[in-house]
Design a protein. Structure first.
Length: 308
């Protein structure tokens, strides 16, 4: 069976405070993402990078918020692009760019799922739950808001109106280890499934992941994977502006990706928050490409090893 995927760059850095994510898509391409997937038997369509034009500034009652107009424009562009990419029956891979891009990809994918009358599930691999609203963010960094936005929480009048929302009970968050009080309260309020690093230390990654995949399968759902670089421990992935110690190990990350690949349930993917300016000779970009390879079919016995 012919397997196709599309790569779409989104050089978004308006949601973060530290510049550099704008170079993320180019770094992943340079590290060989498309070539690796082609070698695994996928037909890869690289659709280039999206872009937005100059925007008139938008004021907000929360003075901490920055780049609101630009982030809103990115959401609009990405939502339409994600909707169209999902309809093409390719497996779209959105490469960023900061995590604000998920506000666009998830809103477009939710619209697609609604049209198919199938539920959209989201596996959120991240150090942060990104559950702030425009009213609760104290940093003003809008990459901390996409989950609250796409699940239909209040105080998002300045963002584009949603055509469809994602049920918060259809999220599974893994790797969480940096949560603000407002986000902690919202997790309890909306009943979101969260596995922080303590629970992963206690149970491992497979038990909660397999239980979640069983739910997706039973519901005939679509599954979107949103992968933030800071899910990984900064010792192995330094190229991120929001490093939080104690993240996932190399093997934990590959095990998750291999299990997802075996399930064949993932229908779309975000790779976000790669900041090449902070990398060490492309180390993080290469690791992300290697993890994507595990998701798309590479296994341990397929890996090149050094001969001694």
């Amino acid at each position: 069976m012919n397997r196709t995927c599309s790569i779409l760059g989104a050089p978004v850095q308006t949601g973060a405070s530290q510049p550099g994510c704008i170079m993320g898509p180019a770094s992943l391409r340079t590290a060989g993402l498309g070539t690796i997937l082609t070698e695994l038997g996928w037909e890869v369509n690289d659709l280039g990078d999206l872009a937005i034009g100059p925007q008139e500034p938008m004021a907000h009652e929360n003075p901490a918020i920055h780049d609101l107009a630009e982030t809103r424009a990115w959401i609009e562009v990405l939502s339409q692009a994600a909707f169209e990419a999902a309809q093409s029956h390719d497996r779209p891979i959105f490469i960023g760019g900061d995590h604000a891009l998920a506000a666009g990809t998830l809103s477009g994918l939710a619209q697609h799922a609604k049209a198919l009358e199938r539920p959209l599930f989201v596996l959120w691999l991240d150090a942060h739950p990104d559950l702030h609203t425009l009213a609760t963010t104290t940093s003003g960094n809008l990459h901390g808001t996409p989950v609250a936005y796409v699940t239909g929480q209040p105080d998002f009048e300045a963002f584009p109106p949603l055509q469809a929302t994602v049920d918060p009970r259809n999220f599974c968050m893994m790797g969480i280890r940096s949560v603000d009080p407002a986000e902690r309260d919202r997790i309890k309020q909306i009943g979101m499934e969260v596995h922080d690093m303590r629970s992963i230390d206690e149970t491992g990654v497979l038990a909660p992941l397999r239980a979640f995949l069983d739910r997706v399968r039973a519901a005939n759902g679509l599954l979107h994977l949103s992968f933030d670089v800071d899910f990984l421990d900064p010792e192995i992935a330094p190229a991120v502006g929001t490093t939080v110690p104690g993240g996932a190990t190399f093997r934990e990350a590959h095990l998750i990706m291999e299990e997802l690949g075996d399930s064949d349930l993932v229908t779309s993917l975000d790779i976000v928050e790669l900041n090449p300016f902070l990398d060490e000779r492309g180390r993080t970009a290469k690791l992300l490409c290697d993890l994507a390879a595990s998701l798309f079919g590479r296994r341990v016995l397929d890996r090149m090893t050094r001969s001694y």
